[in-house]
Design a protein around this ligand. Structure first.
Ligand code: ARG
Length: 388
């Protein structure tokens, strides 16, 4: 692909160190981008119609191979883009060399990630909606189950258990809204930015964007190939959702303890101890809580990769994907697993202490004209006397 100026083949140690396998999940999106690119090249007359047809047929065949699971990556493929170009050459011969006209892997990877994340925003949004549905069902079931709400992990005011579940539902609704917002920003095609400074060829980036159903076209070529803020944003959305799920998971662990006794999980969603015969461990919740740490680590790594980079593309950026996909996978696996555990759980919290009505009592006095401070003091003394 770039052998022309080299006298030596790449050293095995360098190849093993620098080749990317992580990007293989972008195969379908890479093909989609190439199809739109070829169509544009034909439309503006940079390649002939027959050539365009050959390239498009080759790309369709590669897509079929990918979908049927027998696309074969070769050791000589540097990344997913080179794999597709290599296979296209095998299928259509020398005309395959026209695919990369007016394009660089730098604008190509920026496009592939936008196409991939566009899909994943939808997938996560649907998965979040299903999880929120489980919380809403539990809330309806426990609209009358009274529990203590807590501040400082001390019993505060009485609330329905359903209210507690819905707090998580609202947090996750905002994660969905953030993904929907990001989906709009992702809808800009960077193709045409080329390596860094565009192309002398009469490319038509607008046509490529239209072909991909993308609303916008890049405004600045350096930004188009080097910015990874949208990857950070996606990874943040996933990490924030994991942090919320981790808080819920922590409560589930706490509530399943003998001390709380609020919930019993189905046997099939718990694990036993190799040593202690009586144990029943809330493993799913613990794993979810633990994986949120991985997500935070991945988000941190992704941000740190970007912080010292001069414009425009730098190979450090090849490492961005592992972190994005890590959070992507963590969220995708946590949502349905935690949902299954919640759906089968039996919630039976004990009634809260009557002290959770102390504020209500003070407010009865307020309704009768007593200043709130004095009412607070009076109820406080009552509590103190009863506790003595
Ligand atoms: N494989 C690279 C990535 O994943 C894209 C190619 C970048 N260009 C280059 N000359 N190495 O970011």
């Amino acid at each position: 692909m770039w052998g022309g100026r080299f006298e030596e083949a790449p050293d095995d140690v360098m190849w093993a160190y620098t080749v990317s396998h992580t990007d293989r999940r972008l195969l379908a999106d890479d093909i989609t981008g190439s199809q739109a690119h070829v169509t544009m090249l034909v439309d503006v007359g940079l390649i002939g119609r027959d050539e365009g047809e050959m390239l498009l047929e080759g790309l369709s065949q590669i897509r079929a191979e990918a979908e049927e699971g027998h696309f074969v990556f070769s050791d000589s493929d540097e990344d997913v883009h080179s794999a597709v170009e290599r296979r296209l050459g095998e299928l259509v011969g020398a005309v395959g060399g026209k695919l990369h006209t007016g394009r660089s892997r730098n604008d190509q990877i920026a496009l592939d990630m936008r196409l991939y994340l566009r899909r994943r925003c939808e997938d996560h949004s649907e998965a979040l909606a299903r999880f929120i549905g489980v919380l809403a069902d539990l809330a309806a079931e426990h609209a009358e189950t009274v529990v203590a709400s807590y501040t400082h992990l001390q019993q505060a005011q009485a609330v329905p258990l359903g209210h507690h579940f819905l707090a998580y539902a609202w947090m996750l609704m905002r994660d969905r809204a953030r993904l929907a917002d990001l989906r709009v920003r992702l809808d800009v095609s960077p193709l045409g930015a080329n390596a860094s400074g565009g192309s002398s060829l009469p490319l038509d980036p607008r046509r490529v964007a239209d072909g991909l159903g993308m609303a916008g076209v890049f405004e600045n070529s350096l930004d188009a190939v080097s910015a990874r803020d949208l990857l950070s944003e996606f990874t943040f959305c996933g990490t924030q959702a994991m942090v919320t799920l981790s808080r819920l998971a922590e409560e589930l662990v706490l509530w399943s303890s003998a001390e709380f006794g609020w919930v019993t999980f189905a046997d099939r969603h718990t694990t036993g101890s190799s040593a202690l015969p009586h144990k029943k461990n809330p493993d799913i919740a613990e794993h979810a809580r633990g994986r949120s740490a991985d997500a935070i680590g991945a988000l941190t790594s992704l941000l740190v990769i970007q912080k010292g980079l001069p414009l425009a593309y730098n190979s450090d950026l090849q490492g961005d994907k592992a972190h994005v996909f890590r959070v992507d996978d963590i969220l995708a696996s946590t949502l349905p697993t935690l949902a299954a555990m919640l759906q089968a759980a039996d919630f039976h919290p004990p009634a809260p202490s009557s002290w959770t009505s102390a504020l209500d009592l003070a407010e009865v006095l307020v309704q009768r004209g007593v200043p709130f401070r004095a009412a607070h003091e009076a109820v406080g003394r009552l509590v103190s006397g009863l506790l003595a």
